[in-house]
Design a protein around this ligand. Structure first.
Ligand code: FSO
Ligand code: SF4
Length: 546
């Protein structure tokens, strides 16, 4: 196996024996096979779209699901992955037949021509690793685009489930897959494609924002309980608001409470979700703490998206976990999506009835819900605080949390910030500092949480609004620094989106991605001033006090 897609990759270069995340070589092979089939499907589909064929949501959904399932910590279930491969091959055959019927000439790439014989699955998976591209810079560009597409697919899937689709985004995913399948693609063309991926990254986050706010209202400032109640509970994790909405509706009046975990915390900020009294609170912290936290929850746990940590063999919660959508884990029950787009959580609810109430692991409240509209509602106050000098700077610390000790840097950085600096956050990175009681500036909390990782979009919208208010010529002239923590591939699309909006001098950490080659890094440094972190003191000097 060879996988270097996340920040925790072995030795900072690549997992070759087994994944640090728990991914086994066999699973990695089936993911490589699935991605190869997806590149083939994407290439043929793109050729058909170019010839004027209309968008086909079955193909879009396959591409999106396949890409999402290969995101770090999303799916560890080989059977589920192989079923997706079978589905992709059947779809590819249909698309090939259509192309032949219409006389569409297809490129002679390996992924287009491979026959899809089951007896060749193993060999094809082994051939189609990341290392199939010999040139390091070309490989780096292709993989960075691929990882950005995975993040884009995840956000697209949530939006589509809420009825928001955009042909241009789905079409771009096919175009980009065709671009990275081309064995003769040049560095220049791939660099261009990389930047375009960022542009569609902005679009997909805007689409998801529209979908989430359209369905559940605009996020509001909300205090979220981090303690527990006395009734049995269901813990729901991941990013899919449509799923938590289904769960809340189906648990209403049953005597069972619902708690969020990790990236589901922002569900509490939406009026149409927070209206449910039995949405009791947020239990625990970011994804990587789940093993110890789930052990105390007592009730069933539902994963709606990535961020599964394989449980220890003796985990007391192993029989109580359910997966949904693109996620999977061997032995855990998968909840299917019904044809009407909803899920039936009755089995989960039945299990919860037999369980004890959760054990309290924390007590108190945290505050969030500062997405763009809520920030605009406070605009006068914020602008006044900036003009008076009460707020000297903002630092966007959106992104991910993770297991590495080096990530304590982010808690230390937050704590060491001068008191006139406000943190703008989103994603699970916030768990490093959202319980530190960093205080407020004239009533404006010093940690403003916009929501999930995709809500990083909010900070781009806010930056553009501040640019307008302050009459700045460039977004980079604003008193905003970017110190982003990354872990998996949704953070890649967020980063590409920020670059496409012209944001410069972004610091990413705790380490630079292994998939960015020295050659590509140089281009990103020269064009965008992209850099990483050093020590807290040094970074406060350069990012805040400079
Ligand atoms: Fe992932 Fe990062 Fe959104 Fe976290 S991008 S790791 S669970 O911030 O949240 O999906
Ligand atoms: Fe390694 Fe990360 Fe890939 Fe898992 S996702 S195999 S930890 S690089």
């Amino acid at each position: 196996m060879f996988c270097y897609q996340c920040q925790e990759t072995a030795k900072g270069t690549g997992c070759t024996v087994s994944g640090v995340c728990g991914k086994k070589p066999e699973t990695s092979r089936w993911m490589d096979l699935l991605l190869s089939v997806t590149r083939g499907v994407g290439t043929i589909y793109h050729a058909l779209l170019q010839q004027g064929q209309s968008d086909d949501t079955t193909v879009d959904d396959f591409i999106v699901d396949a890409l999402f399932a290969t995101i770090t910590n999303a799916n560890f279930d080989d059977c589920a992955l192989l079923q997706k491969v079978d589905k992709g091959i059947a779809l590819k055959k249909q698309l090939l037949a259509k192309a032949a019927e219409l006389g569409v000439v297809l490129p002679n790439y390996h992924e287009v021509e491979w026959g899809g014989e089951k007896s060749d699955y193993e060999a094809e998976g082994d051939r189609e690793t990341v290392l199939r591209t010999a040139n390091e810079d070309i490989r780096s560009l292709k993989e960075t685009i691929m990882l950005g597409l995975k993040g884009m697919a995840a956000y697209y899937e949530h939006a589509a489930r809420l009825g928001q689709r955009e042909e241009a985004i789905a079409g771009f995913m096919a175009e980009a897959l065709a671009g990275i399948t081309n064995p003769d693609a040049t560095a220049d063309s791939l660099l261009q494609l990389l930047l375009t991926t960022g542009k569609y990254g902005v679009d997909v986050m805007a689409l998801l924002d529209k979908a989430n706010t359209g369905a559940y209202g605009k996020p509001e400032i909300t205090k979220v309980n981090i303690g527990v109640g006395k009734r049995p509970g269901i813990l729901i994790s991941g990013h899919d608001l449509h799923d938590i909405a289904d769960l809340l509706e189906q648990t209403e009046g049953t005597g069972i409470d619902v708690y969020t975990h990790g990236e589901m915390l922002p569900a509490h900020y939406y009026p149409e979700l927070k209206k449910y009294k039995h949405l009791v609170g947020n239990y625990g912290n970011a994804w990587w703490k789940q093993k110890e936290e789930f052990a105390h929850f007592n009730g069933p746990i539902v994963f709606t998206t990535n961020c599964i940590v394989p449980p220890s063999p003796k985990a007391n919660y192993a029989g109580r976990v359910f997966t949904a959508n693109s996620t999977g884990f061997p032995g855990w029950k998968h909840i299917a999506t019904r044809p009407d787009g909803h899920k039936d959580f009755s089995e989960v609810i039945e299990m919860a009835r037999q369980c004890q109430a959760p054990e309290e692991i924390e007590h108190g409240e945290i505050v969030g819900g500062f997405a763009h509209d809520q920030v605009f509602a406070l605009a006068d106050k914020i602008v006044e605080a900036v003009k008076s000098g009460a707020i000297r700077k903002f630092v966007v610390m959106s992104g991910c949390d993770g297991r590495m000790k080096s990530r304590n840097y982010y808690a230390d950085f937050a704590q060491a910030l001068p008191k006139d600096v406000v943190i703008l956050t989103s994603g699970c990175a916030k768990y490093k500092y959202n319980k530190l009681n960093l205080g407020d500036i004239n009533g404006i909390p010093r940690v403003l949480d916009a929501g999930q990782c995709n809500d990083s979009y909010s900070w781009a919208v806010v930056a553009l609004k501040l640019k307008e208010i302050f009459g700045a010529a460039d977004v980079n002239d604003l008193p905003i620094a970017f110190n982003i923590a990354w872990y998996e591939q949704k953070a890649v699309i967020v980063l590409l989106a920020l670059l496409s909006l012209g944001v410069k001098n972004i610091h990413i950490g705790p380490t630079l991605p292994a998939f960015v080659s020295p050659g590509v890094l140089k281009v990103l440094q020269d064009s965008f001033g992209l850099g990483t972190i050093s020590t807290v003191d040094e970074d406060i000097k350069t990012m805040i006090n400079a």
